[in-house]
Design a protein around this ligand. Structure first.
Ligand SMILES: [Zn+2]
Length: 136
């Protein structure tokens, strides 16, 4: 979970950095379901902002992640639908929901930056993220 959170923070920050370089400066907020491990992730995010993470520093996040009750906002429910579709894609090989939004991940020049599949080195995978990593 911590590695995934670090990836999300880094990739979101880089996305905002690319927007800034193109003249569209914005700060981002990461909003998580309150049922997540709030204390550990708050601490991690604070450390990332102060000391950086394994890939560098965060520059474009406005604050530490906010934790909200998923019953109070549809945005968390929407994120749950996306997560469910991604899970079906990776665990069941069912792309029927994934394909609806698979072109919406952050991408530049045909390389998707907003989706990563962490696999052991040397393993082969034919998912969208691994295909682009192999040829990108
Ligand atoms: Zn893959």
């Amino acid at each position: 979970m911590e590695y995934a959170f670090e990836q999300i923070c880094n990739r979101f920050d880089r996305y905002l950095g690319r927007l800034h370089k193109s003249g569209d400066t914005q700060r981002g907020l990461i909003i998580l379901d309150k049922s997540s491990d709030e204390t550990a992730l708050q601490g991690l995010a604070r450390d990332f902002r102060r000391e950086g993470h394994r890939w560098g520093q965060l520059y474009n996040l406005a604050d530490v992640p906010l934790f909200v009750d998923s019953k109070a906002t549809r945005m968390i429910q929407f994120a749950d639908l996306i997560a469910h579709a991604i899970r079906r894609y990776y665990e069941n090989g069912d792309a029927s929901f994934f394909d609806v939004f698979s072109t919406s991940f952050d991408a530049v020049g045909g390389v998707t930056h907003g989706l990563v599949h962490y696999t052991p080195s040397g393993s082969e995978c034919n998912c969208l993220a691994c295909r682009q990593r192999a040829y990108g």
